[in-house]
Design a protein around this ligand. Structure first.
Ligand SMILES: [Zn+2]
Length: 339
């Protein structure tokens, strides 16, 4: 991973899927509160930004200023709100892939030599490719790969402004020099704040420039991401159910009807999530039942399933077996429909 030692990416899931098309009034109120809170928690500010400062930002975004003037006024604001010393708004040039132009505020002393500019430009390109905020701390002068990294003496925070899941712009904030590295918790606070800030700025950019139409591919990418998220949530559900069911291992209740009531509850819970228990004998998905059995006073717990030979019961312990949860098999096709 490029720059793995110097950059810190947020992996907070909430950053990825923030809704961007809610109505302005609904979204603005909560966004402003979240942004203000995130800014107030930043480590380098003895006192967080006032409500007035954050309100001023909102007024600037909603103002009639054209793009260039808007950005020129935005940068001193972002610098102050983050307790930084300089900032840049990087904009992707439309119709010229890979080209970016920056509106700079107080950047003269931050990046000076040609080499520094080259390294810094590379860092900006990397940050633009990320769809999540990034923090780059100064790269040590004797670093192994001298072509990469943050050539400045300042920590840099990058917040991508996303449209339809793609970066269209990037906010860069230069923090004041520090004699110590930022802690993980501090980095996290900066990343969260810059993401919320970038989301807010997106509203300001939308009013002032034409945005490319979203493509079907972008929708597909986001739907794939959603599928992956759902899959991981489902796995979490299965694990939660299984670990709870395993806590009943070895239990038995005082009568056949109570054992049967337990087995029924287990099945109902599993069935409502498209799940079954796995038969420990043959590995097939099965339904847990408790059946009257000759030698067992309160019945025997069995695994009920259809095998090639027909309906079969495996197991037969008098106490709840250790239950393993598996997906429900596809519905069996009736023989008549196969003809
Ligand atoms: Zn079996």
């Amino acid at each position: 991973m490029l720059l793995a030692t110097t950059c810190f990416f947020s992996n907070e899931p909430e950053n990825r899927n923030l809704p961007r098309y809610q109505t302005k009034s609904m979204k603005s109120e909560t966004d402003i509160q979240r942004l203000r809170q995130a800014l107030q928690e930043l480590p380098h500010l003895s006192k967080g930004p006032s409500a007035k400062q954050v309100k001023k930002l909102g007024e600037l975004i909603d103002s009639d200023l054209p793009l260039q003037s808007f950005l020129e006024m935005l940068l001193p604001e972002v610098t102050a709100l983050f307790g930084g010393i300089a900032a840049v708004a990087w904009m992707k040039a439309q119709g010229a892939p890979g080209a970016v132009f920056g509106v700079r505020y107080r950047m003269d002393g931050v990046v000076s030599s040609v080499t520094e500019h080259r390294k810094h430009d590379r860092l900006v390109q990397i940050a633009l490719q990320q769809k999540q905020p990034m923090l780059a701390e100064p790269t040590a002068a004797n670093a192994e790969n001298e072509d990469e990294g943050n050539p400045t003496e300042h920590a840099l925070i990058f917040g991508p402004v996303l449209h339809a899941g793609e970066s269209i712009a990037l906010l860069e904030v230069v923090l004041d020099k520090s004699d110590r590295a930022l802690t993980k918790a501090e980095k996290h606070l900066y990343l969260r704040a810059v993401q919320l800030f970038a989301n807010r700025v997106y509203g300001g950019l939308r009013q002032r420039m034409s945005m490319p139409d979203p493509t079907l591919q972008q929708a597909m990418d986001q739907m794939n991401q959603l599928s992956n998220d759902i899959k991981s949530l489902q796995q979490q559900i299965v694990r939660t159910i299984e670990s709870r069911l395993q806590s009943f291992h070895g239990w038995s209740f005082g009568s056949l009807s109570e054992n049967q009531a337990f087995a029924k509850m287990v099945h109902q819970t599993l069935d409502s999530h498209g799940l079954r228990v796995e038969c420990p004998e043959c590995g097939h998905p099965a339904i847990l039942r408790c059946l009257r059995a000759g030698n067992s006073k309160y019945g025997a717990f069995v695994f009920d399933h259809y095998l090639e030979s027909g309906r079969t019961f495996h197991g037969g312990r008098s106490t709840v077996p250790l239950l393993k949860v598996v997906p429900k098999p596809a519905r069996r096709v009736a023989l008549s429909t196969l003809a």
